[in-house]
Design a protein around this ligand. Structure first.
Ligand SMILES: CC(C)(COP(=O)(O)OP(=O)(O)OC[C@H]1O[C@@H](n2cnc3c(N)ncnc32)[C@H](O)[C@@H]1OP(=O)(O)O)[C@@H](O)C(=O)NCCC(=O)NCCS
Length: 163
């Protein structure tokens, strides 16, 4: 398993992993699967902003997971703060791939001169909370019932890594 920068050719695999989470879980607040065109636009925003999209690739070049840095807020004063995303293929979770991706993602944020990474996580997502805590992210906020999905309210916790 190796981690490398994503290319346009990885977008269908990145999209499939994301859309599985959309349909089957509360880890994203999206209701509808995204299209490839939407993912391409998402990728272009990160390329233009020079923010990394990384993929973890296993045998045969199969994408097992991906991670990205995302703009946190548009306003100029937020330019040293980013949000992160990390999604692992459903059959490859719990095998250390999240950790494999998060380490270089944090290193890239540092290299870019970022000051803070924010992770907004469904409060029931124990795996994601554990993953981020493992890298020093600390709980800085709990927003009750800000997401409505699958006919119920969900809380979001914000974890922050200050560099
Ligand atoms: C959350 C997610 C990214 C974690 O990645 P992963 O590759 O499964 O996690 P890893 O195997 O690297 O494990 C990371 C840590 O979490 C722990 N962990 C993994 N699965 C867990 C679970 N279901 N419950 C509690 N802890 C868990 C691991 O033990 C490890 O901690 P440790 O090193 O202290 O033992 C992955 O499960 C996933 O893609 N889930 C669906 C999408 C998602 O929730 N994305 C995050 C949105 S905020």
């Amino acid at each position: 398993m190796k981690v490398r920068a994503a290319t346009e050719a990885d977008l269908p695999a990145i999209l499939a992993i994301y859309n599985h989470a959309v349909v089957h879980s509360t880890c994203t607040a999206d209701y509808q699967p995204q299209t490839l065109a939407q993912r391409r636009q998402w990728f272009d925003v990160r390329v233009q902003a020079k923010l990394p999209v990384l993929v973890a690739v296993g045998e045969g070049g199969v994408v097992a997971g991906w991670a990205s840095l995302n703009p946190f807020k548009e306003r100029a004063g937020y330019r040293f703060t980013v949000e992160n995303s990390v999604y692992i293929h459903p059959e490859r979770r719990g095998q250390g791939i999240g950790k494999l991706l998060l380490e270089p993602l944090i290193a890239e944020a540092r290299a870019l001169g970022m000051h803070v990474i924010i992770a907004g996580i469904d409060s029931e997502n124990a795996a994601s909370i554990r993953l981020h805590e493992r890298f020093g992210f600390r709980n800085v906020g709990h927003l009750p019932q800000v997401i409505y999905k699958f006919d119920r309210w969900l809380d979001v916790v914000y974890l922050q890594l200050s560099m």
